[in-house]
Design a protein around this ligand. Structure first.
Ligand code: TMP
Length: 188
């Protein structure tokens, strides 16, 4: 089983691209479990209620703990997830200012050795990403400075953990083709 994650800012296009990627895998007759974080609707409802950053950290961790148990039980060729623990490192750590190493430690405790085989990071400037993002709720309605920090987090992690960094300013079809090119370098 291969576990593939899509990461990026709100409005980077990762949900659309990850769905296109899942269709691509289905066309190749692979079995796929498509998922997202936040995963549980109950915890997501709490997340949407304008929580402090500290509370958000623990809500996302609790949600992830439930999610990972579900993922471990899957009997498919591919798990494709829209977001993962890297979102917590970037949003609550880099963006929210909680100590990065502490956030990483907590996430290690939650995910153990259940780590992605590949991460596609869709890189996009916050201005463009936010102008595309339709839903501006309690999480998304932060200032540009917050999203600049989140993006910096992703760029740091991309280097450290060997993400595939995809330029998400491009046309959707080109972004998708770049994802497939990267995918083919490791899985085909
Ligand atoms: P979504 O827009 O991709 O559904 O994600 C929901 C929001 O939650 C988005 O603004 C990113 C944020 N988020 C975090 O702040 N920390 C996390 O760990 C995750 C998974 C999402």
């Amino acid at each position: 089983m291969k576990y593939i994650v899509f990461e990026g800012l709100d409005g980077s296009g990762k949900t659309t691209i990850s769905k296109m990627f899942v269709e691509y895998l289905y066309d190749k007759n692979y079995s796929v479990f498509y998922t997202k974080e936040p995963y549980t609707s109950e915890i997501e409802a709490l997340i949407r209620q304008n929580q402090t950053n500290k509370t958000l950290l623990f809500l996302f961790l609790a949600d992830r703990s439930v999610h990972i148990e579900k993922l471990k039980k899957q009997n498919v060729e591919f798990i494709v997830s829209d977001r993962s623990f890297y979102s917590t490192i970037c949003y609550q750590g880099y963006g929210g200012g909680i100590d990065i190493d502490f956030v990483i430690k907590l996430n290690e405790f939650v995910v153990g050795n259940f780590l992605p085989d590949a991460v596609f990071y869709l890189d996009c400037s916050p201005k463009i990403a936010l102008s595309r993002s339709k839903k501006l709720d309690s999480i998304e309605n932060k200032n540009l400075d917050f999203f600049e920090k989140v993006r910096q987090g992703y760029l740091d992690l991309a280097k450290k953990y060997n993400f595939f960094t995809i330029d998400a300013h491009d046309k959707l079809q080109n972004v998708f083709l770049n994802v497939i090119k990267c995918y083919e370098t490791i899985f085909v």
